[in-house]
Design a protein around this ligand. Structure first.
Ligand code: SF4
Length: 356
């Protein structure tokens, strides 16, 4: 990983050598991507696009105590935990890269929005953090008729790339994202799917996933929540790993085809106009209505406006399906691992007793 200082130093060294006649390769510009929020959804797309444009992609570390503490210190008090964590990840990258990629994700579907916090994220970062590298905050807004290609074209132009290079990078990135999505639908988590794409050994990892599933088939638990709540082990106190250790296989919305979630969510009497919230509700409805699971756990961040509403829909559905045990976990920076583990153990014990 290269620091901004060393990048500048290598740039000037490259210049000096050119004058003295020896050829030195120009260092690549680097772009930092925070390992938070929609990283869990779009990282292969973003990474592939930047790499095809010739940039070095630098990812922040997995969430740790320092990242959480920094984020909590710098972000405004009444914001949700995932956004606070994003602040911490940005701070970790700030002096290591030439650019930071924090897109303004307004809508990723024609008929729905993401979340106001995601829309305002680049502004919040600029207002609260000093000395951050230039933010690449390209707007993605399908609802306003801006196609993803148009957004990526704008991004590529900011980086002075030709239309031809941008088009090629975009097509490659879309293909990568498609492979990632398909790998998750085979039962892999985002990090397992990313690893599978990296090593190009999807078959091996997919069979590892099914092997694990068969081994732990004693219980099958559905985890409902935003990807950044479910897959950031530090944020949720290793919930997924804990469930697996306690003899349960885990299934999430990302492992289902989108059509199932869309169909199930449309059963609700009014339209849900948050993309990821709609998927979450659709997945919950599917699991409660014959999704072949022994229990459902929802994992919601404290101070999440959309989920405080959608959580009620999920609870209502749980009430109608008392045969499928349901538990809701609300996470914030003060959540304590022992408390979460005790609740999960008690939940699984209760399911086992019920099955007996
Ligand atoms: S959906 Fe909720 S958790 Fe996610 S960014 Fe918005 S407020 Fe935060």
């Amino acid at each position: 990983m290269k620091t901004r200082k060393s990048a500048a130093h290598s740039r000037s060294t490259a210049k000096q050598c050119r004058f003295s006649g020896s050829a030195v390769r120009q260092p690549k510009a680097s772009v930092g991507i925070p390992r938070s929020l929609l990283y869990y959804h779009y990282f292969p797309l973003w990474k592939s696009f930047f790499e095809e444009l010739g940039l070095e992609v630098v990812l922040s570390s997995p969430t740790n105590k320092k990242i959480l503490e920094n984020g909590v210190k710098k972000a405004v008090d009444d914001i949700c935990l995932p956004v606070k964590l994003c602040f911490g990840h940005v701070m970790e990258l700030a002096d290591k890269v030439d650019y930071l990629f924090v897109p303004r994700l307004v809508s990723v579907e024609e008929d729905a929005f993401t979340c106001p916090k995601l829309i305002g994220l680049p502004d919040m970062l600029r207002a609260s953090l000093d000395k951050i590298p230039p933010l690449l905050d390209t707007c993605f807004d399908l609802k306003a008729g801006i196609s993803p290609y148009r957004s990526f074209r704008e991004l590529g132009r900011k980086l002075n790339r030709s239309s031809r290079t941008i088009r090629r990078a975009f097509e490659k990135a879309e293909q990568r994202q498609d492979e990632f999505r398909k790998a998750m639908q085979k039962g892999l988590t985002p990090s397992e799917a990313m690893e599978a794409l990296k090593t190009k050994n999807e078959t091996r990892l997919t069979s590892a996933a099914s092997e694990r599933k068969t081994k732990n088939e004693e219980l099958r638990i559905a985890l409902i929540g935003r990807p950044y709540n479910l897959y950031d082990g530090y944020l949720n106190m290793n919930l997924m790993e804990k469930l697996r250790q306690l003899g349960s296989s885990v299934i999430t919305a990302e492992m289902l085809p989108s059509s199932i979630m869309e169909k199930e969510a449309s059963r609700w009497r009014t339209e849900i106009f948050w993309t990821f919230g709609r998927r979450m509700v659709g997945a919950a409805f599917h699991f409660f209505n014959g999704g072949e699971v022994d229990g459902v756990i929802s994992c919601i961040a404290f101070e999440c406006g959309p989920d405080s509403l959608l959580g009620v829909l999920i609870e209502d559905e749980a009430e109608r399906h008392k045969d499928i045990p349901y538990m809701s976990l609300i996470l914030d920076e003060h959540s304590d691992e022992t408390g979460v583990v005790t609740r999960v153990e008690a939940f699984l014990d209760m399911i086992r007793r019920k099955k007996r």
